[in-house]
Ligand binder design. Structure first.
Ligand code: AVJ
Ligand code: FE
Length: 443
């Protein structure tokens, strides 16, 4: 297949930018001005900060860096620099008011599209395959997911709505509770995916011993058994820092869960409903995922194991873009893009399964892995150190696979997300793994 020409690359960038802005509008037009400037949780920015920050990053990268144009509003750069101002102090900054922020983002967008019409898209690395445009679209979509988290945290009646995700397909059951992933080398990361971010690069060889992996994320029903079994009270299941977290903050269930009589209910985007037993559990920290796995006699998969399960095709020996192959995600493959406002029950999306029958690796819930966020061998920061490099180390754990709230443009088999192990408001769940026995799945 010939590589796409400049017009196709421009078209792809334009489509991604427009889709992101449509979603940003959906998330910010449905609440009144005071709600946009309010801080719904000290863990989150006011929505109006995200809005102008999205515009400001687009100005920095597309208008100034790629377009070489003069700044529109250089005086606001520091207000919207995530490193200068931690989330807690953002509400007290002299932020642009909602109408001003909308106008600013729209003005930037007008200029960015102007740049897109004439900039080289196949030149140096920042413009190669329209990378800067893809990066900015992914950035906006990532903040859209963050804004969706803010919506989940906000109190008051529901303002967002979406149809229920698809049910499991009776004719296409999962092959069993777990699948054996064979041992041997595979290619982790990518050097080919044009819009892959710096931390996904470069492609490199990884040896992974044979292991068993859950064919679906851990469900609310299974997690409830951990709770009922006194899981939160048993020190032996917990990482010491995790035990400190649950004791200090009296954590006894996933965030947004509440006991009502003998049943569990949860608040989900302004609606209180029974906890669904067959849905992947969401809003658990890494510490809770890790404790559950130990209670179950299992462990979290490593990042390499997760990626091998999601990309390795035993028939060809090749690492593909997604569990189902190389085609972009469609509605039959995965629960992505805020089409639904919750994970789909396990067993849904049979067309999205891996060759080994492992389901729902992409979409539904971000999946905690065992590993710290570290660079791959040969990593080079691009285009700025603050995107990934400053987060490498033992403070952050890697999440994989994407949630119902991430857009396909910011989700693929190689995509790496990271967060603190105490984080609970993000759309994160997990699945578990175990080592294969001697001789099982030998390469
Ligand atoms: C990759 C989701 C952890 O939201 O902090 C947004 C993405 N980077 N703006 C984040 C990001 C800069 C990042 N995560
Ligand atoms: Fe950002």
């Amino acid at each position: 297949q010939p590589p796409p020409g400049p017009e196709a690359l421009r078209e792809r960038a334009l489509t991604a930018l427009l889709a992101a802005r449509e979603r940003t509008a959906l998330l910010t037009d449905c609440v009144e001005g005071p709600e946009l400037t309010a801080q719904h949780s000290p863990l989150m920015s006011p929505l109006v900060w995200d809005l102008a920050h999205i515009g400001n990053q687009e100005e920095l990268w597309l208008v100034r860096a790629v377009g070489g144009r003069d700044p529109l509003r250089p005086e606001i750069d520091s207000l919207y620099d995530a490193f200068e101002h931690p989330r807690a102090e953002r509400p007290s900054l002299p932020l642009l008011a909602p109408e001003e922020a909308r106008r600013y983002a729209a003005e930037v967008r007008g200029r960015a599209l102007d740049v897109l019409a004439s900039a080289p898209v196949e030149g140096e690395r920042l413009t190669a395959s329209g990378f800067a445009f893809g990066m900015v679209a992914q950035h906006e979509q990532q903040h859209d997911e963050t804004m969706l988290v803010t919506h989940q945290l906000r109190r008051g009646p529901a303002v967002l709505d979406a149809p229920a995700p698809p049910d499991p397909v009776a004719e296409a059951p999962l092959p069993g509770p777990e699948a054996l992933v064979p041992g041997g080398p595979f290619t982790m990361g990518t050097s080919a995916e044009p819009w892959a971010l710096d931390n996904e690069r470069p492609a490199h060889r990884r040896d992974v011993a044979a292991f068993w992996l859950d064919t679906a994320p851990v469900t609310c029903g299974a997690y409830q058994r951990f709770i009922e079994d006194g899981g939160y009270d048993e020190a032996r299941w917990w990482h010491p820092a995790g035990l400190r977290m649950v004791r200090e903050h009296d954590v006894r269930a996933p965030l947004f869960w509440r006991r009502e009589g003998t049943a569990w209910v949860r608040r989900r985007f302004g609606v209180v409903e029974p906890v669904p037993a067959d849905e992947p559990v969401v809003h658990v920290s890494w510490y809770e995922a890790d404790a559950y796995a130990r209670w179950a006699g299992r462990r979290l998969p490593t990042e390499a194991e997760w990626e091998k399960a999601a990309r390795f095709d035993p028939a060809s020996g090749r690492a593909r873009r997604y569990p189902w192959g190389d085609t972009d995600p469609g509605p039959v493959h995965a629960n992505l893009g805020q089409r639904h406002l919750r994970p789909a029950p396990v067993g849904a999306y049979p067309a999205g399964r891996s060759p080994l029958g492992i389901g729902q690796l992409i979409g539904d819930v971000w999946e905690w892995t065992a590993d710290d966020f570290l660079p791959y061998p040969g990593f080079a920061p691009f285009p700025y150190r603050e995107y990934s490099e400053v987060f490498f180390g033992d403070a952050h754990k890697v999440l994989r696979g994407g949630s119902f709230g991430v857009d396909p443009v910011a989700c693929r088999g190689t995509f790496r997300n990271w967060d603190l192990p105490v984080r609970r408001q993000i759309f994160a769940g997990f699945r578990t793994a175990r080592n294969a026995a001697e001789g099982e799945g030998a390469a």
